[in-house]
Design a protein around this ligand. Structure first.
Ligand code: SF4
Length: 412
């Protein structure tokens, strides 16, 4: 039966798991790889070398592959490659066609259906790239795309034109031009390393890059955007954390979408990063029948806090080509936000945003708590729907005039 919390279309019921069961930390286990030695299993390079990357592998490991998934996988490498680490593969429930982990990494034929508003570069990054691999969209910060590789590939990826290089995107792995631009542009005080996934670099290579950036006097702040702690927690080694610690202030934004991704292995890796003094935030993408339910999202944000990670953003899924089957509604996102604000710890409440199509940047989207504002007062409502009045300081011109035709809400 369709859960009333979901934005579903009635065909694919969301999980009926309870809040408490979703909040349990469990190990991903060894699954199909019980024969592998302990040292290999915990070796991130072994995990990368042994990723599930082909249809025959998928068919062998998951006999329940549906016709839609089979057809999607056959075509996937013409667009965005398939790759799933053995560790992450073990989180898939092979018996559940609607498994929220499965929906994120197993291709489906719907990826080939392109809606008229979908784009290959929905955030307009290429148009804001003064040099290849560097996006300068906001005044004081840049996005530095340091690699086109990821540990696994998300089927809704905004940068699927770039990552896995399936479409022959002209990626430039030498960093001289990008570093030079950052050095010459003194307004840049914040550099976000992303890609692809920067934590796929060796410790030495990443250390070199961070050292170069740290040598630029106007760069105050460094960030790394990564899904590695979720796809490949084995990569979060003590040596990596010791190296990152040299480059403070350094923040790490992880990308996790569902509470089941937060395993005991992930919790341990995140603890190592937090113990290295790295502030951690999480970005989730709102995905249909993955996390577009109040229960799932609440369990997720609670678990993130238990992992010492601040839920930072929930993104409305970008209009990337072939992602309509994974896109939930803005309406459902607002409903989830409404269920969090005031109902749970403020630190657990992320900001819901839409990345404005074509390169407009992130726009915060909030349930309406601010009802009216004039020279004398503001009218607000709280999380319980009660309406309150707050007197405005007498400092001049009204900011917003309520149009006469809009009725003023009743005060309690
Ligand atoms: S990890 Fe990030 S960049 Fe890589 S495929 Fe997933 S969303 Fe795209």
């Amino acid at each position: 039966m369709l859960n009333e919390e979901s934005s579903g279309d009635g065909k694919e019921p969301p999980s009926s798991s309870t809040l408490e069961s979703l909040k349990q930390f469990r190990s991903a286990g060894r699954g199909f790889w019980k024969h592998v030695s302990e040292s290999d299993w915990h070796d991130w390079r072994w995990q990368l070398k042994n990723r599930v990357v082909s249809l025959p592998q998928l068919e062998r490991l998951m006999p329940s592959l549906t016709p839609e998934e089979h057809a999607g996988t056959l075509l996937a490498n013409t667009k965005l490659a398939v790759a799933i680490t053995p560790y992450f593969f073990n989180l898939i429930d092979g018996a559940d066609e609607h498994c929220p982990i499965r929906r994120q990494v197993i291709p489906r034929i719907e990826e080939t259906h392109v809606a008229r508003w979908e784009m290959n570069d929905p955030c307009g990054e290429d148009a804001h790239s003064p040099v290849p691999g560097l996006v300068h969209r906001y005044p004081d910060r840049v996005l530095f795309l340091v690699t086109d590789r990821c540990a696994a590939y998300c089927r809704y990826c905004t940068r699927s034109r770039l990552v896995s290089n399936a479409s022959g995107y002209d990626f430039h792995p030498e960093f001289a031009k990008q570093i030079d631009y950052i050095r010459k542009t003194t307004s840049i005080r914040d550099v976000l390393l992303s890609g692809g996934d920067p934590l796929l670099f060796s410790d030495d290579k990443l250390d070199h890059l961070l050292t170069e950036l740290r040598s630029i006097p106007h760069v105050e702040f460094l960030r790394i955007g990564t899904r590695i702690p979720i796809f490949l927690p084995q990569r979060i080694t003590p040596a990596l954390c010791a190296m990152l610690k040299k480059h403070h202030p350094l923040f790490v934004s992880i990308h996790s979408n569902h509470p089941r991704e937060l395993t005991t292995e992930v919790r341990e890796g995140l603890a190592r990063l937090a113990d290295a003094g790295i502030p951690l935030g999480n970005q989730s993408v709102l995905l249909r029948h993955v996390n577009d339910s109040v229960t799932v999202m609440k369990a997720h944000v609670h678990k993130l806090l238990m992992c010492r990670v601040k839920p930072y953003y929930i993104y409305q899924c970008d209009l990337i080509s072939g992602s309509a089957h994974l896109r939930s509604s803005v309406r459902q996102g607002l409903k989830i936000m409404e269920s969090l604000r005031g109902h749970t710890t403020g630190y657990a409440v992320p900001q819901f945003v839409i990345d404005a199509p074509g390169g407009g940047g992130k726009v915060p989207v909030n349930p309406e708590y601010f009802l009216s504002h004039n020279a004398d007062r503001v009218v607000i409502r709280n999380f319980e729907g009660k309406v309150f009045e707050y007197p405005e300081a007498a400092d001049g011109t009204p900011l917003i005039q309520r149009p006469a035709e809009i009725e003023e809400p009743a005060l309690v």
